[in-house]
Design a protein around this ligand. Structure first.
Ligand SMILES: NC(=O)c1ccc[n+]([C@@H]2O[C@H](COP(=O)([O-])OP(=O)(O)OC[C@H]3O[C@@H](n4cnc5c(N)ncnc54)[C@H](OP(=O)(O)O)[C@@H]3O)[C@@H](O)[C@H]2O)c1
Length: 223
């Protein structure tokens, strides 16, 4: 698949780009093409140092959105609405993956708190803005520090929510390609609010126990 990552120059997007580049063509998106190209060169270097090759390119968020089959929105909550507004046309008909969390850092408050999202969750906000796209929610509970380090075993379940069953299946399978990750269909998009709100709890545990990236495992579920 061709996977675009909007804001793929940032921590979480870059980590996902590295992990998904093993099996897919990656388009790192940015507001500035030069910044995306630099990030793609960094990613290619990390991957070639590990002894394998990949197809990773850098470009603007708009170009990446036009070319991709799957578009991952990897932006701080406070810039999600303005960015998605500009890309609405390019995202029509595509699978759009919402990984955002409405952290209170958006208003200068703590990362262990969330702010209210009128639609219920970041994923539902994006779906409301993009009625002709298939929005799938996931990847909120894995940490960039571990994703970026290809030697780090992620060891986390990734809960996936969405209203389009086929799109959701694609993303469950994509998540499960990351070593140590089990993609789990958690239900309809409305469940995303609970998935997103696990993240501040994990951040709190990271701070308290000085962890690289606390994660979750759903027990009793044998898939
Ligand atoms: N970091 C984590 O461990 C983690 C874990 C779980 C979920 N998440 C979620 O993943 C998303 C991305 O997190 P992150 O830590 O990767 O964020 P980040 O590094 O702070 O930012 C990601 C990208 O957002 C773009 N950006 C910055 N200001 C912008 C603006 N005014 N308008 C448009 N784009 C702007 C930048 O790309 P350009 O400058 O290249 O445009 C930046 O590289 C967030 O929603 C977060 O809640 C993160």
């Amino acid at each position: 698949m061709k996977i675009a990552i909007l804001g793929g120059t940032g921590d979480q997007g870059f980590g996902l780009a590295l992990r998904f580049s093993k099996n897919h063509e990656i388009l790192i998106g940015s507001r500035k093409a030069e910044k995306a190209i630099e990030a793609s060169e960094n990613a290619l270097k990390i991957i070639s140092d590990k002894g394998y090759s990949a197809d990773i390119k850098g470009m603007t968020n708009l170009e990446a959105s036009k070319l991709a089959d799957v578009v991952i929105v990897s932006l701080p909550f406070e810039y999600t609405i303005s960015t998605i507004k500009e890309l609405k046309e390019a995202l029509k008909g595509k699978i759009v993956v919402s990984i955002g969390v409405p952290l209170a850092t958006a208003i200068g408050d703590k990362p262990t708190r969330v702010i209210a999202c009128p639609q219920g969750s970041v994923a539902e906000l994006i779906q409301e803005m993009l009625p002709e796209s298939k929005v799938v929610s996931g990847f909120q509970n894995i940490c960039s520090k571990c994703l970026e380090d290809l030697d780090c075993e992620v060891a986390c379940d990734v809960l996936i929510a969405g209203n389009d069953s086929d799109a959701k299946k694609v993303i469950v399978e994509l998540a499960s390609e990351i070593p140590g990750v089990r993609g789990i269909d958690a239900g309809k998009l409305e469940i995303s609010k609970f998935i997103e709100q696990i993240t501040p709890l994990l951040i709190q545990l990271n701070i308290k126990y000085k962890l690289k990236g606390a994660g979750i495992h759903i027990t009793g579920l044998n898939l």
